[in-house]
Design a protein around this ligand. Structure first.
Ligand code: VAH
Length: 311
């Protein structure tokens, strides 16, 4: 069976659905710290705190997983409000799962990293797979430490754990929680509800972003790639499109002409966004496992508005 830990978040919600479609609902066990509002007929869910080692041991013994997806984490903005909780959840949670995966000889493991591993002295444009990485958020520090750990577990214990440095992810099915890139999701909800949005990042804050459909397809592609083709055992750079709040607002106005964006100017998330690259270089992922995004800014804007209208 496949176990996903942290299945109720923005990525987990859709990755769980994709795994159920690919492997069969009866073969996917989802878990999170709280029950989801709804889950459909036949779906298996376990309420698990990734910091509760006894519960994790019982989960692995009950389901004998062949694959494990660890999505439980605290994101950048919330992590700056509760840095010790972020460190504990992101690092102890990862170590708990890594050790159980080794013990249970789990065949394949997935763990998400982030562009948050880059910092103020990393290259700002077309940031490489390898470069100076001086993250200055607890979330970014935990993701960089996590990358070092997964490469270590791959080398020392031959654990086949694979990872992607996700940019900001845009989706409509499940809301993001506590991120810095979340403005690019909130803006669509506000535009449709009030025809206006007060953006917590400045108009020229360029960030690398990715539409969820591309993120999910890329994740499954990485997990299906032959082990021998993977030259990176820390975490792969990938990106969809880079844009600023101004670019996104202009794109939304093409569909909602009365939409108005305003900018607040003292949000703590500005400093986090300013420490991250504005664009990412992802040729290694393209060469190693065929990474190829499909959604550009126009297409994702149309898709978000169409789907949120009905939602
Ligand atoms: C965040 N959405 O904003 C996450 C992600 C690259 C951004 O790590 O913290």
């Amino acid at each position: 069976s496949i176990i996903m830990i942290g299945a109720n978040g923005q990525i987990g919600t859709e990755l769980a659905a994709a795994l159920r479609k690919k492997f069969g609902t009866e073969n996917v066990v989802t878990s999170d710290i709280r029950q989801p509002q709804v889950f459909a007929e036949g779906e298996i869910f376990e309420t698990i705190n990734v910091l509760d080692q006894d519960a994790l041991v019982a989960l692995f013994e009950k389901y004998k997983p062949t694959q494990v997806y660890l999505l439980a984490a605290m994101l950048s903005a919330t992590g700056e409000q509760y840095p010790m909780k972020a460190w504990d959840l992101n690092m102890t949670g990862l170590l708990n799962v890594l050790n159980l995966c080794v013990e249970h000889k789990v065949q394949k493991v997935f763990w998400p990293s982030s562009i948050a591993v880059f910092g103020p002295n990393s290259p700002k444009e077309n940031t490489d797979q390898y470069c100076v990485m001086d993250p200055n958020t607890m979330y970014g520090i935990s993701k960089l430490a996590g990358e070092r750990l997964i490469e270590y577990y791959n080398g020392k214990y031959k654990l086949d754990i694979r990872s992607i440095r996700y940019p900001g992810i845009i989706s409509w099915k499940a809301q993001p929680g506590g991120g810095t890139t979340d403005y690019a999701v909130h803006i669509f909800y506000e535009a449709l509800k009030n025809n206006r949005y007060e953006c917590f990042l400045s108009e020229n804050t360029g960030l690398p972003m990715l539409y969820m459909d591309d993120a999910i397809e890329g994740t499954l592609q990485l997990m299906d790639a032959p082990k021998e083709s993977l030259s990176i055992r820390s975490s792969y750079n990938i990106t969809g499109i880079s844009f600023t709040p101004k670019d996104l607002a202009l794109e939304i106005k093409k569909i909602l002409p009365n939409f108005v964006i305003t900018y607040s100017d003292n949000d703590p998330r500005q400093a986090i966004a300013d420490s991250w690259p504005s664009s990412i270089e992802d040729s290694t992922a393209r060469n190693d496992w065929g990474w190829q995004p499909r959604f550009d800014l126009a297409k994702l804007t149309q898709d978000m508005i169409e789907n949120l209208k009905t939602k």
